[in-house]
Design a binder for this molecule. Structure first.
Ligand code: F6R
Length: 266
C-alpha cells in the first residue's frame, strides 16, 4: 500500500485526476470504478474542469461501474430515478460533465424483483467488461469500504447489505430527514473490490482519521473493512493532513513520497 500524505483536498484532487487521466490515455477503453459521497467530489470536479478546458482525455470509450446503490428509494416526482440514487449522483457529479453517456455507466440493479440476482448479475457485467482498471474509494467513519460495513467478509461479493446507524446518520445530510436514508444497499463486496487493478482511496477531514489509521496500520480484520486494502498489490491512499493525523508512520510516508522515483508514478 502506498500512503500519500498531501497538503489539501485540492492537491489530492489534482493527483487523483492525474492517475485517472493516465489510465484513460494509456487505455481509451478503460474501466473506471466510481464511488459516491462527498470525498471524491473535488477530484471529479478537477477531471471535469480539465476535460472541459480541452486538456483532459476523451472518455467516449470508457465504461464505468458504480460501487454501490441504495435499495428502496422512491422514484423522483417525474418518475425518474431518485436524485440521491447513486446512478443519478454519479451522472450529476461526474459522468455527464465528462461526456460519458448513461449507457456507459453501470450500477447494481436495486429493482425490487431483481434483488435476489442483482449481485451475481453485476459481477458478471464487471467480468465481461474485463475488470476495473482504477477504482475510486472513500472510507466510512466506521471503516466501511463501499457499503461493506464492519463484520463484512473480506472475501464478500456484490450483495445486499444493511447500513449501520452510524452510516445512516453520516448520510442523512443528503436527504430531507434521517428517516429518509434507506436501510439497505447493494454493494460490491470486498472480494470484488480487491479484483480491481488499482485501488485509489481518498480520505479527507478529521472524521476519517481513526478509520484511516485502523485501515492502514491496524490489523487486517473484518471489523475494519478498509483494512482489506492491505491485501491489494496496488493500493494508493491519498490523505489530507487531518485524515492522516492519527497515523504512527506519517513521517515515513512523507519521506517515501518525497523520495519517490519520478519514473514510478502512482
Ligand atoms: C460511496 C461509498 C461509501 C463512501 C463512504 C464515505 O459510494 O461506497 O463507502 O465512500 O461512505 O463517504 P463520504 O465521502 O461522503 O465521507
Amino acid at each position: 500500500m502506498e500512503v500519500v500524505p498531501l497538503g489539501s483536498a485540492a492537491e489530492i484532487a489534482a493527483v487523483a485526476a492525474d492517475v485517472v487521466e493516465a489510465v484513460v490515455r494509456r487505455k481509451p477503453a478503460a474501466v473506471l470504478g466510481l464511488a459516491t459521497g462527498s470525498t471524491p467530489l473535488p477530484a471529479y470536479q478537477e477531471l471535469i474542469r480539465r476535460h472541459q478546458a480541452g486538456i483532459g482525455p476523451g472518455y467516449h470509450d470508457v465504461t464505468c461501474f458504480n460501487l454501490d446503490e441504495y435499495v428502496g428509494l422512491p422514484p423522483a416526482p417525474d418518475g425518474g430515478v431518485h436524485a440521491q440514487s447513486y446512478r443519478a449522483t454519479i451522472a450529476r457529479e461526474l459522468t455527464d460533465g465528462l461526456g460519458i453517456g448513461p449507457d456507459q455507466v453501470n450500477g447494481p440493479d436495486p429493482g425490487p424483483g431483481a434483488l435476489p440476482t442483482a449481485g451475481e448479475r453485476y459481477e458478471a457485467l464487471i467480468e465481461k467488461a474485463g475488470g476495473v482498471d482504477v477504482q475510486f474509494l472513500g472510507i466510512g467513519s466506521d471503516g466501511h469500504l463501499a457499503f461493506n460495513e464492519p463484520g463484512s467478509s473480506l472475501a464478500s461479493r456484490t450483495r445486499i447489505k444493511t447500513l449501520t446507524a452510524q452510516t445512516r446518520a453520516d448520510n442523512a445530510r443528503f436527504f430531507g430527514s434521517p428517516g429518509e436514508v434507506p436501510t439497505h444497499v447493494l454493494t460490491q463486496g470486498l472480494g470484488t473490490i480487491l479484483e480491481a487493478r488499482h485501488l485509489l482511496l481518498i480520505a479527507t477531514g478529521e472524521g476519517k482519521a481513526a478509520a484511516v489509521a485502523a485501515a492502514v496500520e491496524g490489523p487486517l480484520s473484518a471489523s475494519c473493512p478498509g483494512s482489506v486494502l492491505q491485501l491489494h498489490p496496488h493500493a494508493t491512499v491519498l490523505l489530507d493532513p487531518a485524515a492522516a493525523s492519527r497515523l504512527d508512520r506519517l513521517a515515513y510516508y512523507r519521506e517515501v513520497y518525497a523520495a519517490k522515483p519520478a519514473w514510478q508514478g502512482l
